[in-house]
Ligand binder design. Structure first.
Ligand code: UD1
Ligand code: CA
Length: 457
């Protein structure tokens, strides 16, 4: 249910120094989806369009990755800290006209809508609330300081922790906050950067709110790994593995048969029907779908592709923006590039590459073939080693092969060219002119046999 009195703000301006990368941290991927996409997916059902994002380091890259959200980005030109990020976005937030704001760090991709909703419910009525967790190793997290009455007095960043003063609290700040904007606005001006990092911390709002007599709530969320922040390549790998298992278990529970599940990666946007079968190692990403009865063999990578009912994708195939129809057979070792379309019961065999090419019902290209910018009619057969020569160095041209046609092995089809229905092309031909329907075309040097000279027999 959308929260009509709250907006959401994602903090995503940081560089992610510990990732040692020129790419903004929030664009690093888990299962081929950027971190930030997961955060959006968790927030959107609750906040609809009222989700703003603070970007800074690599802002252009982040904006380009989400063109549909252009109006919802706020730029923090200098990354002076999480508190400064909130200050930067405050104007845009207030314009949304909502009394409250949920703030989340953009580096928490395991966050789920349910968890956010529970946190919001627990936070209701507070001026300032934040989620706390108690991980095994509190490491670099901000520590939560409570008084004798168990009331939060402050968050102290790990760097600034003074054990003699603060002890060694195990409870830490998860980086998810609920703020009543009216209450925190005056406090924002009072943030300073007088700390070990020289940054304006959003976490200092907690102490300031407490001093100002506002109601402050540290909502305990157990040792919830879903609130884990990602700061390093190791944490990214751990989170990705966690997510991979979560997604896989979901599909297994819904009746997908998975062999060697420890070696199967399925992205969050993939759709699998009960009764389909996957064999690890394999990877399915983007908007890929696999229908009931279809099988995907080991060592396959499928991106934004569909595999229809009872189709078989054998081992070692690469599919990208390809459509495999019902009862088709693909591979082993096939490469289907964007725009490859196989209609019902079509077959593509080993070392066949297709790009912007269609095999109509029952058509076959079983061995060592390149089909680019081509259409192959129903039940046509494309022999081993056939190449559509679709590119003259400047432009691309189409090849049309009619229904029932037979293209002999090692044929070069120099596009633009059409082979008519039921036509036959002799093996080894270089076809530069259209072949009329039903005719036989042979275009190769004629063979002559003659006696060998200077050879004793
Ligand atoms: C932050 C919290 C810490 C908490 C932890 C939880 C602060 C000061 N500390 O630490 O208490 O335990 O998260 O994961 O907030 N960002 C900006 N602008 C900036 C700086 C950062 O937008 O100027 C963004 C980053 O892109 C990131 C998020 O804010 O997504 C958190 O920043 P990060 O540097 O990762 O903070 P932590 O050190 O993890
Ligand atoms: Ca972090």
């Amino acid at each position: 249910m959308p929260h009509h009195d709250a907006a959401a703000l994602v903090l995503a301006a940081g560089k992610g120094t510990r990732m040692h990368s020129d790419k903004p941290k929030v664009l690093h991927t888990l299962l081929n989806e950027p971190m930030l996409g997961y955060v959006f997916a968790a927030l959107e059902p609750l906040f609809g369009p009222a989700v703003l994002t603070v970007v800074g380091f690599g802002a252009d890259q982040v904006r380009r990755a989400y063109p549909g959200r252009e109006a919802t980005f706020v730029t923090q030109t200098e990354q002076l800290g999480t508190g400064h990020a909130l200050q930067t976005a405050l104007g845009a937030l207030r314009k949304l006209g909502r009394a409250h704001c949920l703030v989340v760090n953009g580096d928490t991709p395991l966050l789920e809508s349910d968890a956010v909703e529970r946190f919001l419910a627990e936070s209701a009525g507070a001026d300032v609330a934040f989620a706390t967790i108690t991980p095994e190793h509190p490491g670099a997290f901000g520590r939560v300081i409570r008084d004798a009455d168990d009331r939060v007095t402050a968050i102290v960043e790990a760097k600034d922790l003074d054990p003699t003063k603060h002890g060694d609290p195990r409870e830490v700040n998860a980086g998810v906050y609920f703020l009543r904007l009216e209450a925190v606005t005056p406090l924002l001006d009072r943030l300073t950067n007088a700390n070990k990092s020289g940054e304006y911390y959003i976490t200092d709002l907690i102490g300031l709110a407490r001093e100002a007599g506002l109601s402050v709530e540290g909502v305990r969320c157990g040792d919830d790994v879903n609130l884990m922040g990602i700061n390093s390549p190791l944490e990214l790998a751990e989170a990705e593995e966690h997510l991979r298992r979560r997604i896989l278990r979901g599909w297994q529970a819904r009746g997908v048969l998975i062999h060697r599940p420890e070696l199967v990666s399925v992205g969050p946007g993939v759709k699998l029907e009960p009764g389909c079968e996957l064999r690890g190692p394999c990877e399915l990403y983007g908007t890929t779908s696999v229908a009931r009865g279809a099988k995907v063999g080991s060592h396959c990578v499928l991106t934004d592709s569909s595999v229809a009912e009872n189709a078989l994708v054998r081992e070692f195939c690469h599919l990208e923006q390809a459509q495999v129809g019902p009862e088709c057979q693909v591979g082993p070792y096939a490469r289907l590039r964007p725009g490859a379309v196989l209609e019902q019961a079509a077959r593509v065999g080993n070392f066949v590459e297709m790009k912007k090419a269609t095999l109509r019902k029952g058509a076959k290209a079983n061995h060592l073939t390149y089909l680019g910018d081509a259409e192959v009619g129903e039940k046509a057969n494309v022999g081993a080693g056939t190449i559509t020569c679709n590119y003259d160095g400047k432009n691309k041209f189409r090849t049309e092969i009619g229904a029932g046609a037979f293209i002999g092995s090692n044929t070069a089809l120099v596009a633009p060219v059409t082979v008519g229905e039921n036509a036959l092309v002799g093996a080894g031909s270089v076809i530069t002119k259209d072949v009329p329907a039903g005719e036989l075309a042979i275009a190769r040097g004629r063979q002559t046999n003659m006696k060998r000279r200077n050879k004793a027999s």
